[in-house]
Design a protein. Structure first.
Length: 124
């Protein structure tokens, strides 16, 4: 009976950990610039990493993120934004609105045309 209880507890722990796990993706361009992004899904983290690398690379085909499930439960929002000069900002906050406002404010303050500052946000 103890073995069944332990097995059931272990299975439930793995399922709940997988349900709240975050994915982290790492990418670098040929100039040696590195980025990492986290998101609730591999696709979300991979898309953010690829987009930033592509925007900062001569040959976007060299941008191939490597991703791993970090197993950490999420609970915050991550927003990233870039301006046309190639400056980048990344902010974390408890709510999407807070993270978005932080990213947008930083980009707006450092951009000729604030209309080009449109943060992308994902929950973590």
């Amino acid at each position: 009976m103890k073995i069944k209880t332990i097995a059931l507890f272990a299975a439930c722990s793995m399922i709940s950990a997988a349900a709240f796990a975050n994915w982290t993706c790492f990418v670098a361009n040929q100039r040696g610039e590195h980025w990492s992004f986290s998101a609730p899904t591999q696709e979300g983290a991979q898309a953010m990493a690829k987009n930033v690398c592509d925007a900062n690379s001569i040959n976007p085909n060299n941008c191939n993120p490597t991703c791993a499930d970090n197993g950490v439960a999420g609970g915050r929002w991550h927003c990233v934004v870039s301006n046309l000069k190639g400056d980048h900002w990344s902010y974390f906050a408890p709510t999407q609105e807070q993270a978005n406002n932080l990213a947008k404010s930083a980009c707006d303050a450092n951009s000729i045309n604030p209309n080009n500052c449109n943060p992308s946000c994902v929950p973590e």
